[in-house]
Design a protein around this ligand. Structure first.
Ligand code: NAD
Length: 247
């Protein structure tokens, strides 16, 4: 299936490992020109080397903390006019609601909501002016089904989902789509760090296993391609059936 991604410029956030990395690799294999963004230069360079070795096209790298205005500026300097934007950053810690502080909430909203909002605000108008663009936000199954003690993840992601649903309609007539992809348990370093919370989720997956980063990336890449052009403002679960919902 040709997704017409050859030569498309893609900014992939949180790309040094896990889901972001898998999405960047899959897009690069389809011929997209990747700008890979994460916080730590060492792991980012190693990730870019691996993608370069696999595809023959090493991504441009950008070291930036998207939770800060300076990090957003660095991202836009590195890739000012992408055709594709994949928003993503690290997930917050798992903690009971009683223990959460104002700082925890500020950090969670800065990392998960304000970072994506700032990039969308800066990038989507250019996509609309050029008549083509794709935004995919990596959110979470927690948007559709609460996960115990992951409130710091759920609330900012729900805000982002609502925001994307609105902007998607605003630019729908200009060839730009915005969608969310919702991972259930997917085997990344993050899942290993979550420990018992992740084990509990994996045990509930009807497929009886966690997903692979490659399976997740396939959904992201499809939404970034030409063939998904009539899909916008949606939230696609990639969770092996974990969410017991009909719609
Ligand atoms: P991960 O921790 O393995 O990777 C996160 C990536 O984002 C890394 O490259 C890291 O360097 C980068 N990053 C973190 N904070 C950043 C920041 N402030 N600025 C720039 N880059 C930053 O996580 P993952 O498993 O790949 O998950 C990605 C996202 O999806 C997370 O938000 C996670 O909570 C969410 N999620 C993951 C799963 C899963 O099963 N893997 C399930 C639900 C939700």
């Amino acid at each position: 299936m040709d997704l017409n991604l050859a030569g498309r410029r893609a900014l992939v956030c949180g790309g040094s490992r896990g889901l972001g990395y898998a999405c960047a690799l899959d897009l690069a294999r389809e011929g997209a020109e990747i700008t890979l963004l994460a916080r730590s230069a060492d792991t980012l360079d190693a990730a870019a080397d691996r993608i370069g070795g696999d595809t023959g096209h090493r991504p441009v790298t950008c070291v930036a903390d998207l939770a800060t205005p300076h990090g957003i500026e660095a991202a836009l300097d590195a890739c000012p006019a992408p055709d594709i934007l994949v928003t993503n950053a690290g997930g917050p810690p798992s903690r009971g609601y009683e223990a959460l502080t104002r700082d925890d909430w500020d950090n969670a909203f800065a990392t998960t909501f304000l970072s994506a909002e700032a990039l969308i605000r800066a990038i989507v108008p250019g996509m609309a002016a050029r008549g083509w663009g794709r935004v995919v936000a990596i959110t979470s199954v927690a948007v559709r089904q609460p996960v115990l003690d992951l409130d710091l993840s759920t609330a900012p992601r729900l805000a982002l989902t609502g925001y994307i649903a609105g902007v998607a309609r605003k630019v729908a007539a200009q060839g730009v789509t915005l969608n969310c992809v919702l991972p259930g348990p997917i085997l990344t370093e993050r899942v290993a760090e979550l420990g018992p919370v992740a084990d509990m989720l994996i045990a509930q997956v009807p497929m009886g296993r966690a997903g692979t980063p490659e399976e997740f990336a396939a959904a992201c890449t499809f939404l970034c391609g030409q063939r998904s052009g009539f899909i916008t403002g949606q939230s696609l679960l990639v969770d092996g059936g974990l969410c017991r919902t009909t719609f």
